[in-house]
Design a protein around this ligand. Structure first.
Ligand code: ATP
Length: 266
């Protein structure tokens, strides 16, 4: 079932394929993926280790060469002006992926990087940029650390700053790879509340998550295995739960808990 039969589509992959590695390590990682991600909803992408979740997210973010097409609001991404695209779609990389180079920057300056797509070439940041950065750092409770170098923070604190950088973009579509990595349970709950708030404002959130119980709090789910999408649909549907159990070799079982669902190891 297509997620977006009734909603507008924010992002769409058409026959998407991608390969990684060179020489003997070269391998095809995504195999002809067709998926539609609904606008104004929160979609979780889940699947076993190595299923291709991060690769799919990177291809959707336009940061990985790929075959097939990615459409953002119906428009082919390569045809969009880079700044326009960077304002419309923001991406949070998997924790630790290429962020060490920002270690000497202050927390404030890291978050300010999220405003680059809004700034004129070589122009200093304006009032709107500073306001967006403060808002974002307060949303992730990172404002107090604004003068500290990123490299001096713990893993979870750092993750909250990188999340603030993404929020500072104020993009309509936000892709997040393992946004809950290193976050303690209260900050995981804060992130979920924040996503609900963003979706309530009409934004689109797509997150790769490993914790299935948390992933099932989303509106929709994309279940991946071995570079293929095995299922897409609303999180509450039994077909999604059966697909999840199958891709994890029935080593998890999904049970209802009040209005939600929990995934328990078998
Ligand atoms: N540089 C690379 N060269 C070759 N293969 C790679 C490379 N990077 C990743 N892969 C392979 O691509 C596949 C998909 O990786 P990807 O990181 O997208 O999976 P994932 O579903 O996000 O995994 P995880 O849950 O472990 O984070 C894996 O089998 C991985 O081994």
């Amino acid at each position: 079932m297509d997620i977006c039969t009734e909603q507008a589509t924010a992002l769409q992959a058409l026959n998407l394929s991608a390969s990684l590695g060179h020489g003997a390590a070269h391998r095809q990682v995504l195999h002809g993926i067709d998926v539609s991600l609904a606008a104004g909803r929160w979609t979780s992408i889940v699947g076993p280790n190595g299923a291709g979740k991060s690769t799919l997210l990177r291809a959707l973010a336009g940061v990985l060469p790929h075959g097939g097409e990615v459409l953002l609001h119906g428009e082919p991404m390569p045809g969009m002006a880079p700044r326009e695209r960077a304002r419309a779609l923001a991406w949070l990389a998997q924790s630790g992926a290429g962020e060490a180079s920002a270690d000497d920057l202050t927390v404030h300056d890291v978050a300010l990087l999220g405003r680059l797509p809004h700034q004129a070439w070589l122009a200093p940041p304006g009032e709107a940029d500073h306001a967006a950065v403060e808002r974002a750092l307060r949303q992730t409770q990172a404002w107090e650390w604004r003068a500290r170098p990123l490299g001096s923070l713990s893993g979870g604190e750092r993750q909250r700053v990188l999340l603030a950088r993404l929020l500072a973009v104020e993009a309509g579509v936000m892709l997040m790879d393992e946004p809950l990595a290193n976050l303690d349970p209260p900050h995981q709950a804060d992130w979920i509340a924040l996503v609900r708030e963003l979706v309530g404002q009409g934004r689109t959130v797509v997150s790769v998550l490993h914790e299935i119980t948390l992933a099932l709090l989303a509106d929709d789910i994309v279940v991946m295995q071995q570079g293929h999408v095995r299922h897409t649909g609303p999180c509450a549907e039994p077909a999604a739960h059966r697909a999840l159990e199958a891709v994890f070799d029935h080593r998890i079982a999904i049970h209802p808990l009040g209005a939600h669902f929990v995934a328990l190891p078998q």
